[in-house]
Design a protein around this ligand. Structure first.
Ligand SMILES: [Zn+2]
Length: 80
């Protein structure tokens, strides 16, 4: 992926490895090691089609319980 422009604010984007949070069957999962283009101004993330397909595959594996968490984190929930 090449350096592009953010569709939200027009800022420059740079490639980064990020964590994607997903709710799957009422449980929070964090998918690590996701490649994204991140806007340096507003933080908007853009994923390539390939990467979105990989994420969808992992979601499927989580649903089918064929993938095990590599770590379990404690998540605190607060009210606004
Ligand atoms: Zn932006």
């Amino acid at each position: 992926m090449k350096v592009g422009k953010c569709p939200i604010c027009g800022g420059d984007t740079k490639e980064d490895i990020v964590e994607v949070q997903e709710m799957i069957e009422g449980e929070a999962y964090i998918i690590k090691g996701v490649k994204a283009e991140v806007c340096v101004q507003c933080g908007e993330r853009m994923y390539s089609l390939d990467e979105m397909r990989r994420i969808e595959k992992v979601r499927e594996e989580i649903r089918n319980r064929v993938i095990k968490p590599i770590e379990v984190r404690k998540v605190a929930v607060v009210s606004l």
